[in-house]
Design a protein around this ligand. Structure first.
Ligand code: SF4
Length: 443
């Protein structure tokens, strides 16, 4: 078994540690810190090449604006832009998509999924949203997409804006609820309040979005057993098609980081956060929901999350917008992460590339393995068919260690995480990394 990773949240003696500064959530491999700002040629080559048309392709559109900065947030978001600055960004985003539309990488490959993410896509006014979509549609479309997701902050929605969101083809509306206590929302710097959640949820139901997802966070500052149970119960009453629950993390550049360093912040430890997620899983399961990943439940077992499942199986994704991440033809890259630089590149007629990494076949195997482990089960046959590698031999030591710890069980057909394993899955993944990437700061 490999040595414990930096973000392992179970101490060496099996004791739980408090929530410390840093990100626990693993969303990619190799870690972003390994990506190269000096050599962008792998990204340029991938964009100019014709990858297999059998590899699904998705489109991600990043809207980096929010009404207020949440105190736990580490994303680069802008809370001070006026309407004309937002419109300038929206024009830049449409220009970036237009630049891509002639590139070989897009030819003959309809988007199988699209995702409006942020930041807060619903920060855009109805007019700005319609204008963005009209400009995007001059060069691309998502008419053949199986799923179009749109992230919303409840307090930014009106009925007219929701209608516009429905009309642009959104199939999966994701509401960032996080908690239903107004005191906790306020303490954590969220812009919305619970009344806005219930109001917008009713509108969205009435408009017939095929899938409504609710996001919660277990362990926000001020969270208590009583409050968490109340939040979960009232979310259950909404009966969302899917529910996503994250465990609170406190990254280095969050507003709360200074308070945590000073010792003035009281935040639940990892054991408590896992207990809360377990409790929510059990409450939803008792009403017929099924757990579909370490962070998600679905009301109907056949409800899919195409974006997640495609990405975790190695789909290509074109990430557009400031600081967005792309995965194309075995290359990872990220756009420039400052808005002024991003827009300046587009003004010069160039793609706004920031850093890139050509990923080896073994790294692609590790990436898919760790991401699919978050689903709670992986099939060795998938990996031998795709990569020609027996994961049971290649990863014998870490798999045995997980089984000995009670976090996994397996036979030749399937590796399954136990509930305890699933609840701490991100802390278990670095043991599958190449040695040089274990223990690095993830972001
Ligand atoms: S709404 Fe999301 S992106 Fe915006 S500040 Fe809050 S956590 Fe960050």
């Amino acid at each position: 078994m490999s040595s414990g990773p930096r973000n392992e949240n179970v101490g060496k003696n099996g004791q739980d540690t408090p929530t410390e500064l840093g990100s626990y959530f693993i969303s990619n491999y190799p870690p972003f810190s390994a990506w190269d700002r000096d050599d962008l040629s792998p990204a340029r080559d991938a964009i100019e090449s014709h990858p297999s048309v059998d590899t699904p392709l998705g489109l991600y559109l990043h809207i980096p604006f929010c009404r207020k900065r949440c105190k736990f947030c580490y994303f680069r978001v802008y809370t001070d832009k006026n309407a004309s600055e937002v419109e300038r960004y929206v024009d830049g985003l449409a220009r970036e998509v237009e630049l891509y539309s002639d590139k070989p990488v897009l030819q003959g490959r309809p988007f199988r999924f699209a995702y409006f993410g942020g930041g807060t896509p619903s920060f855009l006014s109805e007019k700005q949203l319609r204008s963005l979509v009209e400009k995007l549609r001059r060069s691309v479309d998502w008419d053949d997409a199986e799923e179009v997701t749109f992230e919303c902050e409840p307090g930014t929605l009106s009925q007219k804006k929701l209608e516009a969101i429905r009309e642009i083809g959104v199939t999966r509306l994701s509401l960032g609820v996080e908690n239903l206590s107004d005191a906790i929302l306020e303490e954590n710097g969220r812009a919305h309040r619970s009344a806005e959640v219930f109001r917008t949820y009713a509108w969205a139901k009435e408009m017939g979005f095929p899938q409504i997802n609710v996001d919660l966070i277990a362990g926000m500052v001020g969270e208590t057993d009583e409050n968490w149970r109340d939040t979960v119960e009232r979310t259950l009453e909404l009966s969302p098609d899917s529910l996503t629950i994250y465990q609170m993390e406190l990254p280095y550049n969050a507003v709360y980081a200074a308070d945590l360093k000073e010792g003035s912040l009281r935040v639940a430890d990892w054991q408590t956060k896992r207990r809360w997620v377990r409790q929510a899983f059990e409450m939803f399961e008792s009403k017929g929901y099924s757990v579909s990943s370490a962070y998600a439940l679905v009301k109907n077992a056949d409800t899919r999350f195409v974006y997640r499942d495609a990405l975790w199986r190695g789909a290509d994704m074109l990430g557009t917008g400031v600081a967005s991440f792309s995965h194309i033809g075995g290359v990872h890259y990220q756009n420039l992460d400052r808005e002024d630089q991003y827009l300046a590149a587009l003004d010069a007629g160039e793609l706004p590339l920031g850093r890139a990494l050509s990923v080896t076949k073994d790294q692609r195997l590790i990436r898919e393995l760790i991401l699919q482990l978050k689903l709670g089960r992986i099939q060795p046959d998938y990996f031998s068919n795709k990569f020609g590698v027996s994961i049971m031999e290649r990863f014998r030591d870490p798999l045995d260690a997980l089984r000995e710890s009670g976090y996994a069980e397996y036979d030749e057909r399937e590796v399954r995480l136990t509930r305890e394993g699933l609840l701490r899955v991100d802390a278990l993944l670095p043991r599958f990394f190449e040695p040089e990437h274990r223990g690095v700061r993830y972001t």
